[in-house]
Design a protein around this ligand. Structure first.
Ligand SMILES: [Cu+2]
Length: 493
């Protein structure tokens, strides 16, 4: 079995890790920058930290560089060259969401890929994909405790644009133990009635039960929007009681790099008085789409350009939870601008995040036209009560992996036979959205796409990166109860 063929040793011993730690703290920042120019590895420390939320301390995780930078920001041509130092005191696996690394470096543990053990350092080295991405735990429920950070790879075009960049990582936050939340939902054994804390949006004309493998309903259907009542929603770790204030220039242009890192919450981005232009979806360029409100499911990213008016002012960039009034955000403010207080409750509840943005998105550089060599249809299945999610009625572990061959163009139709939307994420590849509710489109290139309740989405990808690749719902609680399968290439264990 080949565990990471890197030019460096993959598994570094704890002793060596300690030595690396010593070096980094002794090297001054200027020297570190010089090292970076020749691409020394960036050390990312996964650790516990205390975060104050709504005036109360909470013990959460973080992924930071020794200088305090959350996550990783790379310039064009730089490799993903990272030493991941696990100081959490527990085992972990950090997934590089949006990267397409060799299989063993993807940051998921399975039979071929070990966990990053507590107290050890693991090295990664692969070609970085440009765009707005992120990193997060792919082990247990650690992601719910903010084990996540931005992963931004600037393109040459980004540098030429010479535009202020503002990266915003969104989260849903709870003071509770995530395991307790999941246990309450599943009723402990997974058999009891689900503790449904969220909202059900009854659409007019709804019929009764869903008969398993239905196709998109034409009339109204019941729709579950939120499984969990969170204590707060965070933008760069802060609530609107004390939001991040980002200094911007009058008349300046800003590239917002927005990341929905929430485990179980889809948001409507709300630019208020600013017109925004979406130029990237999941880090991949799209033909520009303008607007002021854009939906964003878990795992997804949007790059949005905004032009600030010449007279300046303060401009909240908000994210409102679907089906709710709760919101979070940051505030862009020009020098001297009066910054208004923005409440954490919007005037009115937002509707569900749907495909209205997806329908308008088109890849700037679409995949080469080609018919599919292999086609699959899968049903997204499960219910709130019992709280159990699956694919083709099979939870992960009993799943039937999708077998493909290297070189194939693969089409996957995902038909949502449940009453919740599921943001489906494929590891190791990007895909193009080619069908929305049965209508062919030449859509965005993405790695995470929302499949609405009782809707369907078809994606295609080129099988060019052999391995066993998870394809799963990015609602952490859905994945935890089994909504995951694998795409498997022949000739890989
Ligand atoms: Cu789901």
């Amino acid at each position: 079995m080949s565990i990471l063929q890197s030019r460096r040793q993959f598994l570094v011993t704890a002793a060596a890790a300690a030595a690396v730690g010593g070096l980094s703290t002794l090297v001054p920042a200027s020297a570190r920058r010089a090292l970076a120019a020749s691409q020394a590895p960036t050390r990312l420390v996964v650790e516990r930290r205390t975060l104050e939320v709504l005036g109360k301390p909470a013990s959460v995780f973080g992924i930071r560089q020794p200088d305090g930078t959350h996550g990783l920001f790379l310039d064009p041509g730089q490799r993903f060259l990272v030493d991941l130092d696990n100081r959490t005191g527990e085992d972990t696996a950090i997934h590089w969401h949006g990267m397409t690394p060799p299989y063993v470096q993807d940051g998921v543990a399975d039979a071929n890929r070990p966990l990053v053990k507590a107290g050890t350092t693991q090295a990664y080295d692969f070609e970085a994909r440009p765009g707005t991405h992120w990193m997060h735990s792919h082990h247990g429920l650690q992601e719910q405790l903010l084990m996540a950070a931005p992963l931004v790879v600037r393109s040459a075009g980004d540098l030429r644009a010479d535009m202020q960049e503002v990266t915003v990582l969104l989260h849903d936050f709870t003071f509770k133990d995530p395991a307790e939340i999941l246990a309450k939902l599943t009723g402990g054994s997974g058999m009891a009635h689900g503790g449904h804390a969220g909202h059900t949006m009854a659409m007019p004309g709804m019929s009764g039960t869903q008969e398993g493998h239905g196709t998109a309903a034409s009339g109204g259907v019941p729709m579950d929007l939120n499984d969990v009542e969170y204590d707060a929603y965070l933008a760069n770790d802060r609530t609107l009681d004390d939001p991040q204030l980002v200094r911007v220039e009058r008349g300046g242009r800003v590239r917002l790099r927005l990341i929905n890192g929430a485990t179980s919450t889809a948001f409507h981005l709300d630019l208020g008085r600013l017109d925004g232009t979406v130029v990237g979806a999941d880090g991949n360029p799209v033909t520009p789409v303008t607007g002021r409100r854009f939906g964003m499911a878990m795992g997804q990213r949007l790059d949005i350009l905004v032009q600030l008016p010449a007279e300046g002012g303060a401009f909240p960039v908000l994210a409102q939870r679907e089906g709710d009034r709760q919101r979070t955000g940051i505030i862009l403010a020009t020098p001297g601008a009066a910054v208004p207080k923005v409440g954490s409750l919007a005037d009115a509840a937002a509707g569900p995040v749907d495909l209205s943005l997806e329908e308008r998105l088109a890849a700037l550089e679409p995949m080469a036209a080609r018919s599919a060599d292999a086609s699959f249809t899968m049903m997204l299945t499960g219910t709130m009560a019992p709280y159990a999610w699956s694919i083709d009625d099979r939870p992960y572990g009993q799943h039937r992996p999708l077998q493909v061959s290297k070189g194939q163009r693969v089409a996957v139709e995902m038909v949502n036979a449940s009453d919740m939307a599921h943001p489906m994420h494929l590891h190791g590849h990007v895909f193009q959205v080619v069908g929305l509710n049965g209508v062919p489109v030449t859509g965005a290139i993405r790695d995470t796409v929302l499949v609405p309740a009782n809707g369907s989405v078809t994606v295609t990808f080129d099988a060019d990166n052999p391995g066993r690749w998870p394809l799963h719902c990015h609602n952490l609680l859905h994945m935890a109860t089994g909504m995951m399968t694998e795409i498997v290439y022949d000739r890989v264990a």
